[in-house]
Design a protein around this ligand. Structure first.
Ligand code: FES
Length: 205
């Protein structure tokens, strides 16, 4: 019959030998110290940001082009004053009075006298014949005075002071069958050219 075999260490203990020491635990290898972004990450960050800048620049320029196209499709509409307008009934005009109501559309409508002392209604342009400013009618002084360089014009439109070289211009004017005044700005009359004698430049009362 076979004899049970003893464990060698038990045998050694039993024989009075010192117990075997446990094997030393090897320390885990140290992890490499934390470093900055890898070369690949760094390049990605640099080129990524440049790509973003380029992309936004491209997008902004495309948006600008689009806006320009839209503006081209819908151009600014300049509101020009009307080239002709009605200036009320002839009977409403008093002698030697300047009607300032149509200054915004570029004309004064006036009842006055012509060189033959006839009673007429005429329309003067509000453009100074010096450099194009708009004079003001000064009722107390009975004259048009230009604020830019001081030219003065009589109620007839004739220049008498300042640098303006010639009278204000008249517009074409007529009376309708029912007594309404119509001013046509498309046609002008200059005194120095003898055009104030044209019956289209005044309404004879
Ligand atoms: Fe009227 Fe010069 S523009 S005086």
């Amino acid at each position: 019959m076979a004899e049970p075999q003893n464990n060698p260490s038990e045998t050694a203990v039993a024989a009075g030998a010192a117990p075997a020491k446990p094997a030393p635990v090897k320390p885990a290898p140290a992890k490499p110290a934390a470093q900055g972004p890898s070369r690949r990450g760094f390049l990605g960050a640099v080129f990524g940001s440049w790509f973003a800048v380029a992309w936004w620049t491209f997008a902004a320029s495309m948006a600008g082009m689009l806006l320009g196209t839209v503006r081209f499709l819908f151009p600014n509409v300049l509101s020009e004053p009307p080239s002709s307008f009605k200036a009320g009934d002839v009977s409403n005009y008093e002698p030697d009075k300047v009607d300032d109501r149509y200054k915004e559309v570029g004309a004064w409508v006036i009842r006055g006298k012509d060189e033959r002392n006839r009673d007429i209604i005429y329309a003067l342009s509000t453009t100074c014949t010096h450099l194009g400013c708009t004079p003001n009618w000064l009722e107390g002084e009975k004259k048009f005075k230009c604020p830019c360089h001081g030219s003065g014009f009589k109620i007839s439109g004739v220049n008498f002071e300042g640098p303006a070289p010639r009278p204000l211009e008249r517009y074409s004017i007529r009376k309708t069958d029912d007594g309404q005044i119509v001013v046509e700005k498309a046609r002008k009359f200059q005194k120095e050219l003898g055009q104030w004698d044209d019956p289209d430049s005044y309404i004879l009362l």
